[in-house]
Design a protein around this ligand. Structure first.
Ligand code: SF4
Length: 372
């Protein structure tokens, strides 16, 4: 089934490491954006079945619950949204309180994903985040009190000045909080990130590469021991709490991205919307489609995508099924290049499945390069 991604590009302040499509919150622009996004939703569908709706950003929780409700309603009136659809709202802890959480729930949201990033205040300050560890814990409690039984927390590792011990501390605190789903991301310093300048000025550094690997493996081991199951390179969950929306990205699924800068993959085509918020609003308001870069994917590109995104899953990718879908023998085509990784013990062939071992996930990019 189709998934819907709805982008909300507004933030209360801009974090020094952030490379997403976002800008500072402006009330007037936000009002016009919500109208445009609702219009795009209504123009995008023809009653297709949808089982996931994902509000990502930016900070979607800066919208009022009533605005989220209008957008969810527009999805329901335009698509055949299943009664058990997963409706996720990315939320920043500083935007949460009990009333807003109640409101988001009443608006149809049934899954909340909090950008916590760290349970150490010094680390949060270095990243320019607005919340504290206590506020993150309180936000989680507010979401539970509002009835959310599917809550995800994001943590970032390899932060400036973060030791492996500091990282374990954040993981322990997260386990104590008890979310249903956890995403672990490695800090990526893109060229010209203001954080790079902050680090140079303050003399902050990142731990050596070996420590980053230890953080990843140690964090996952602690989460294993606490009863979580890893299902993707960066994601673990309690039983049945996988992100159904994100799984579409890794299983050759289809989704529509709505809002500025959102990407879509559907019916063998891939496109993105214009990135600039104002331009997006102007286009949609003028009745124009905001999509640019519309490309028909070749079978070869679809095959490569299916293989390298599928490898992100711990279950791996069923190469027989993918091969049948695209009419090739995957092992005959790629086997010679894959074999060294199998021999090194980072890649396993298990029946029709090809999967990375946990150590293999540390070198996932090298393995995936075989397919692209
Ligand atoms: S809150 Fe998220 S999207 Fe907004 S600036 Fe910070 S990292 Fe970027």
């Amino acid at each position: 089934m189709l998934g819907l991604y709805l982008h909300v590009p507004f933030c209360s302040s801009i974090c020094n490491y952030c490379n997403f499509n976002r800008g500072l919150f402006e009330s007037g622009l936000k009002d016009r954006y919500v109208v445009a996004l609702e219009r795009e939703i209504r123009q995008a569908g023809r009653g297709e079945a949808v089982d996931t709706v994902y509000f990502g950003g930016g900070t979607p929780s800066l919208l009022e619950p009533g605005e989220i409700g209008r957008l969810v309603q527009a999805c329901r009136e335009t698509f055949e949204v299943t009664s058990d659809a997963e409706v996720t709202l990315e939320t920043n802890p500083e935007t949460s309180n009990v009333q807003r959480m109640d409101g988001f729930r009443a608006a149809g949201v049934n899954r909340v994903s909090f950008g916590v990033q760290s349970f150490r205040d010094a680390e949060l300050r270095r990243l320019g985040r607005l919340h504290s560890a206590d506020r993150a814990r309180a936000a989680f409690a507010e979401a539970r009190a509002a009835g959310f039984d599917n809550i995800s927390l994001d943590l970032m590792m390899w932060l400036p000045e973060q030791s492996t011990g500091n990282w374990s501390e954040s993981i322990d605190q997260l386990i104590e909080v008890g979310p249903d789903h956890v995403s672990l991301y490695l800090l990526e310093l893109y060229p010209n990130a203001p954080l790079k300048e902050d680090m140079a000025r303050a003399g902050w550094s990142q731990a050596p590469d070996e420590d980053a690997a230890e953080m990843y493996l140690g964090g996952l081991a602690a989460l294993d021991a606490a009863g979580y199951r890893q299902y993707e390179i960066s994601n673990v969950c309690r039983a049945g709490r996988e992100s159904r929306h994100n799984v579409k990205y890794w299983t050759d699924g289809e989704w529509l991205g709505l809002g500025c800068g959102a990407h879509s993959t559907r019916g063998g085509e891939r496109w993105k919307n214009v990135s600039a918020t104002g331009e997006y609003v102007d286009r949609v308001t003028a009745g124009q489609r905001p999509a640019i870069d519309i490309r028909t994917m070749t079978d070869h590109e679809c095959l490569e995508d299916a293989l390298f995104t599928g490898l992100r899953l711990t279950a791996g990718v069923n190469v027989d099924r993918v091969g049948r879908r695209y009419g090739i023998d995957v092992w005959a085509r790629y086997g010679d290049d894959l074999q060294p990784f199998v021999e090194a013990g980072v890649l396993r062939r298990e029946g029709p499945n090809l999967r990375l071992t946990r150590e293999g996930m540390l070198v996932a990019n090298e393995v995936m390069q075989v397919f692209v």
